[in-house]
Design a protein around this ligand. Structure first.
Ligand code: PMP
Length: 404
């Protein structure tokens, strides 16, 4: 199985031909098309957008607006103003927890998250619940790491105001049943907040059809730049949400005593925006669309299935999460008593990049009964040879540590 895109599209990969990059769940490499688009903005249309009464500023404004349009199309969002540019998934989720949470949560209300959340979709909800005197409830997980929807259905009540959950787990690759969770939330009038950081890069996400109220993603995991992301929301909930930050660009009128707010999306984007970031994200969306998200998903599933078979066949290896065919392109495992950090260091000597640690998911680590795991993650530039190298390196690591 060859890679889905030529390695030569990615400068870093083509100048390091022996590098086996298996850490795309942490961040993806950048195709030249993304870097060129960002450079082109700086070289041809760079100025502060909005309010500039000169042509160059109007062009910068136009670049920003058309980036929003491209991102909205990629995420299946009909109303472009519902795409809010943020600094990334963490920023997006903090915006909802702070701005929506502070306005809508009170004593006796309940916030539910799953036990498999990244800290970015766990800690902000835990903290706002503490601040507002609301109850913070953790939904149990099914054996494969997805939210246990039967348990969730019995947990919710009229007091449940929001259910926050990941679309795809960054540790297990488990894909949550979004529509079932949405149905359970709607039955009690609760909002849904979906962390799409590990889904948006890897599968077609049609926000308008998904039914969630909020969706968050990071550009850097989907071939775009660091420091940019999106919060997508349904028009009614965004319109009702107070501003997250206040300052330039987000106001309509500033009086000495009171201020009124601009319309969406500006009301939720205070200050000079990261135009180059938005342009880069839009270029990444176009690059992925040209490949086709179904092809992206199929390629990764095939690779991860192969990796699952190869790695789980090794003695003393424990692979966490669903079976090979049911997961997105993430494989977390532990090898005997070898500390995942030692494993990652050993693999690095062979030019293989994997991640080791708690993956910003300590509550999940506790539920798995481990302190840390090693994680290999796959993307469009990986091929079968990468899987072979991973499996061979694990065999060799076992010999080095004399496990078996
Ligand atoms: N949620 C999930 C599921 C993630 O994998 C990550 C990144 N590891 C985040 C949230 C946070 O994303 P960022 O660091 O880009 O804000």
């Amino acid at each position: 199985m060859s890679a889905l895109v030529p390695r030569s599209d990615f400068s870093l990969l083509s100048t390091n031909p022996n590098l086996v990059y298996l850490d795309s769940a942490a961040t993806a490499q950048k195709p030249r098309a993304v870097l060129d688009a960002m450079n082109d903005f700086y070289e041809t249309d760079y100025a502060n957008p909005h309010r500039g009464a000169y042509a160059l500023s109007a062009r910068a404004t136009e670049r920003y607006a058309s980036a929003r349009g491209a991102v909205a199309r990629f995420f299946g969002v009909g109303d472009e103003a519902c795409v809010i540019f943020t600094r990334g998934t963490t920023d997006s989720l903090n915006m909802v927890a702070s701005a929506w949470g502070r306005a809508n949560l009170g004593a006796g209300d309940e916030v539910i998250v799953t036990g498999a959340e990244h800290h970015a979709n766990f800690v902000p909800w835990q903290q706002i619940a503490i601040e507002r005197g609301a109850q913070f409830t953790i939904c149990p997980l099914a054996a494969d790491g997805r939210a246990d929807v039967e348990a969730l259905a019995t947990l919710v009540s009229g007091r449940t105001k929001v259910i926050a959950f990941n679309h795809v787990s960054n540790v297990l690759g488990a894909i949550n049943p979004v529509s079932e969770i949405v149905a359970i939330a709607r039955a009690v009038g609760a909002l849904t907040v979906c962390d799409g950081a590990q889904a948006a890069p890897h599968m077609f996400v049609a926000f308008d059809a998904l039914g969630v109220d909020f969706y968050a993603a990071s550009a850097h995991k989907m071939l775009g730049p660091m420091g940019t992301g999106v919060l997508i929301g349904r028009r009614e909930v965004l319109d009702a949400m107070p501003p997250y930050q206040t300052g330039g660009d987000m106001i309509a009128f500033v009086g000495d005593e009171r201020t009124t707010w601009n319309v969406l999306p500006h009301r939720l984007e205070a200050g000079t925006p990261n135009v180059a970031g938005a342009v880069g994200l839009a270029a990444a969306c176009d690059y992925l669309t040209a490949i086709g998200m179904d092809a992206v998903a199929a390629h990764e599933r095939a690779l991860v299935r192969l990796a699952y078979e190869r790695v789980s066949a090794l003695d003393d290896v424990r692979v966490h999460g669903p079976s090979g065919s049911e997961r997105s392109g993430v494989l977390s495992f532990t090898v005997g008593d070898i500390h995942p950090h030692d494993l990652a260091t050993l693999l690095d000597e062979r030019g293989i990049c994997i991640r080791a640690g708690h993956h910003c998911a300590q509550p999940l680590m506790r539920r798995l009964g481990v302190a840390a795991t090693a994680r290999a993650s796959f993307y469009i530039y990986n091929d079968e040879n990468d899987v072979d190298q991973l499996a061979e390196a694990l065999e060799s690591a076992k010999r080095v540590f004399a496990v078996a």
